[in-house]
Design a protein around this ligand. Sequence first.
Ligand code: NAD
Length: 415
Amino acid sequence: MMLDASHRFFHQGADALDVAPHLREILLTPNRIVKVELVIEADDGHLLHFHGYRVQHNRLRGPMKGGLRYHPSVDEDHASALAGLMTWKTAVVNVPYGGAKGGINCDPAELSRSELDRLTRMFVQQTRDVIGPTRDIPAPDMNTDASVMGWIMDEYTKYEGFSPAVVTGKPLDLFGSPGREEATGRGVVICIEEALKEQGRTPQGVTVAIQGYGNVGSHAGRILAGLGAKIVAVGDHAGGVANPEGLDAEALAAWVAERRTVKDFPGADAIEPAEVLTWDAEVLIPAAIEDVLTADNANDVRARLIVEAANGPTTPEADEIFHQRDIQVIPDILANAGGVTVSYFEWAQNIQQFRWDLDRVRDELGKIMRSAYADVRGMQKDLKVDARTAAFALALRRVGRAAMSRVHLSKPIEI
Ligand code: NAD
């Protein structure tokens, strides 16, 4: 998602609350932007050279929180847009965090695991003064997994003493939380259940199309299938599959775990990857990449409910079309907040040196997601706006009020 689109959505929320221009400026500006040079020795002895970024957007409601992405496209603008979204997301689910995002402009496919390990440790050495359990807590994002989080914890601990709470999404054997891996997909499903409940329905028999069958898409698909929904189409970077009777969500996940794609999954018709977005299904879950629902395809979307599991899948132009067409959109800053919510549980468990069981994690996640859904709905009714605008307004109000409560202001601002 480009900075422009995220700012546009922010301003829609700010307009609904009539937030003054200078306060918008303050809330949009990142608190700190860190860019570091990373030089490591490659396995064959030559030098590799990258840049690492950490954009710390806002810390008014708690330590900053957000993923670390390893991808050639990582730069300051990209990290800034995603860091801002984290501030609004943590505020929507009301967990005690601000927002941050970062990464390294490398292509992990071209690096060995030991090169990645060295690169990650170099990043920690260069940023250890600005991250930490009470400052900024990284998490996995594109191309960074639980092992990378384990290396971050290990490196930080060398300097600062035992600090599992410096990072979340860690391996279970290294103070990770049960239920973290499935959390984003589970949160998506909770949003779908809440939306269906408003129509007096359950997921039983509901048809669903999913773009992306990685961590988020596959967990959402499996949980939904377990609740009786029919996953009728799935597409990813390499292919697409469909079956009007419903795909076997578990078998499809096992297939993808082995082959990295849904392509050629037996017992299904092959479709073009992009067709999944306009497939004949009641619910559409974009769970892959940003900017996939655009002015070019928004009029062809057949789903009546779109649940944004990915960050920034809808451009502002497509969003406007969905609004006009009366298609319900559950925005990313609500729909995919299950991940950061269970990251918060992991951090809380690490600080207390205490472990929750899976049932407790699922139960607490359910409470937080359902109450965030209700809060957004409440804001929608109060302000008479769509769900995305309401979610931004809710987040802005929470962050803005935290700002106003921190110091005495001779002219306090209503927000
Ligand atoms: P993942 O890498 O596990 O899976 C990504 C999926 O997207 C794969 O199925 C891949 O084939 C597909 N994909 C990639 N490029 C594509 C393209 N051009 N067209 C169609 N499909 C494509 O990633 P993930 O962790 O499941 O994350 C998916 C999305 O959810 C991302 O936008 C991410 O930012 C967002 N998200 C993830 C989490 C989390 O906890 N993992 C939390 C919040 C948001």
